[in-house]
Design a binder for this molecule. Structure first.
Ligand SMILES: NC(=O)C1=CN([C@@H]2O[C@H](COP(=O)(O)OP(=O)(O)OC[C@H]3O[C@@H](n4cnc5c(N)ncnc54)[C@H](OP(=O)(O)O)[C@@H]3O)[C@@H](O)[C@H]2O)C=CC1
Ligand SMILES: CC(=O)[C@@H](O)[C@H](O)COP(=O)(O)O
Ligand SMILES: [Mn+2]
Length: 407
């Protein structure tokens, strides 16, 4: 019997995880649910809690608390509210946690879960990008481990032979290219929120979908891969693969390149994490190779999509620069989703934030002992500066096309 918690249960990954659990595991026999946590969707969290009956259900957003507690009245399930309650729920001892809160809001809960010794199925890439290897070391020190849910990293994890590490030439991350693949930079100035939210292959939450459109998602994934697999930037490549069937590859020095393939369905990597170290059977849709037309690969255009180049620069700068990259991106994605800025303001502002961080020397050094407080400080400082500067308006003036340079 395994004890399971799901952080971010009302989101795209959270719902898929609950669907898989419902299909393949028997409550009370195979698993019991410890915690379900969500942000502000009181109706869905209450529905999930009443159906799956966790020990505790936690909503972060206090403005939805009255609605949530009303829906949970008489259920006998412990309920709680606020970010601290989410963190406390994540710290409860369990065997397996799905970490699927979006963005930096996942940082403290992921850090807490990693400290319990649980197996943490990590979807929340932003927390790993900010923590670096310290998150992995924390999980291992507590007797647990981090398993990658992100489809590319899950693919690499499936074909990465640790004993052959010295003979791994490079990791190749695949990227769909998003809805604007093939466009020139100038064509991106006036793209709309609705266009950016139309991912060609995957159905996902809004933030990651915008990240896919700007290639910031692949940028975050580049950093994620470096930390997860302890590989230098120079040994990680990105290729555009518009079909999203080959989820990533590992090239060995004997000429073999191993790939993991599958339909673009997150239940595949989630089930791998759920079953690990065994495979987990479910009604998985088969990959119909004959129905595929062609599988194509091309180099990414980092002129039109600078977020990939900036992520590599953040990774190579080290220290807290990935925190700056992530924080500035989160602020700008939210502003774009709210219609306050244009698409090209995202990379321009992230680049400006990184240049500022570099000039303040706030983000340098390769000290991997990041603790949550220093990450939060760098995150808050980046956000505060963007707010003071009126986001894009001030930041982008005069910085278009200027290269971020390493010290
Ligand atoms: N969707 C996908 O296919 C993939 C997602 N990922 C990663 O997984 C993570 C989740 O993505 P996705 O499921 O698409 O996102 P969604 O936007 O669909 O879901 C986000 C989840 O986080 C919850 N949440 C938001 N803020 C808080 C908070 N402050 N405290 C607690 N919970 C909060 C939301 O709750 P509520 O809705 O109630 O507000 C929701 O449950 C992201 O980091 C993403 O990059 C990685 C690979 C693929
Ligand atoms: C499903 C998944 O893992 C996403 O991160 C996906 O990779 C997004 O697609 P892009 O390749 O377009 O970023
Ligand atoms: Mn991915």
């Amino acid at each position: 019997m395994r004890r399971i918690s799901i952080l971010g249960s009302t989101g795209s990954i959270g719902v898929s995880t609950l669907n898989l659990i419902e299909e393949t595991l028997t409550p009370g026999e195979d698993y019991e649910l410890e915690a379900l946590c969500a942000g502000r969707n009181a109706a869905l969290l209450a529905e999930q809690a009443l159906k799956f009956r966790p020990r505790v259900a936690v909503l972060s957003d206090a403005s939805q608390w009255a609605d949530f507690s009303e829906r949970m009245k008489g259920s006998g399930i412990e309920i709680a509210c606020g970010p601290e309650a989410v963190e406390a729920a994540a710290a409860r001892p369990v065997d397996w946690v799905m970490a699927a809160i979006v963005g930096i809001a996942g940082l403290r809960p992921v850090w807490a879960a990693a400290g319990t010794g649980a197996t943490v199925a990590l979807a929340n890439k932003e927390s790993l990008v900010c923590c670096g290897r310290s998150l992995i070391l924390r999980a291992e020190a507590a007797g647990g481990r981090i398993l990658p849910v992100d489809s590319e990293h899950n693919a690499i994890f499936q074909v990465f032979e640790e004993a052959e590490r010295a003979r791994i030439r490079r990791l190749i991350l695949t990227a769909s290219g998003g809805p604007f693949r093939g466009r020139q930079r100038e064509d991106l100035a006036h793209v709309t929120r609705e266009q950016a939210l139309k991912h060609p292959n995957w159905s996902m939450g809004a933030k990651i979908t915008i990240d896919s459109a700007s290639l910031a998602n692949k940028g975050l994934e580049l950093i994620e891969a470096a930390y997860l697999f302890d590989m230098p930037s120079a040994q990680i490549d990105v290729l555009i693969h518009p079909q999203s069937v080959v989820h990533s590859l590992v090239e060995y020095s004997d000429g073999s390149t191993l790939a993991q393939m599958g339909p673009p369905d997150m239940r595949v990597p989630i089930s791998y994490c759920l079953g690990w170290p065994q495979r987990h059977s479910w009604s998985a849709p088969p990959l119909d190779l004959c129905a595929l037309s062609t599988l194509t690969f091309e180099r990414p255009d980092t002129e039109a999509f600078p977020m990939l180049r900036l992520a590599r620069e953040a990774l190579e700068a080290g220290g807290l620069m990935p925190v700056v990259y992530n924080a500035a991106n989160e602020v700008m994605v939210q502003a774009f989703l709210e219609g306050r800025i244009g698409f090209l303001d995202i990379p321009a502002t992230v680049e400006a934030a990184m240049m500022r961080a570099q000039s303040l020397s706030m983000a340098f050094g390769n000290d991997l002992r990041h603790d949550v407080e220093c990450i939060e400080q760098a995150d808050a400082e980046t956000r505060a500066q963007l707010a003071v500067s009126g986001e894009a308006a001030h930041w982008t003036a005069g910085t278009q096309g200027q290269a971020f340079s390493r010290a």
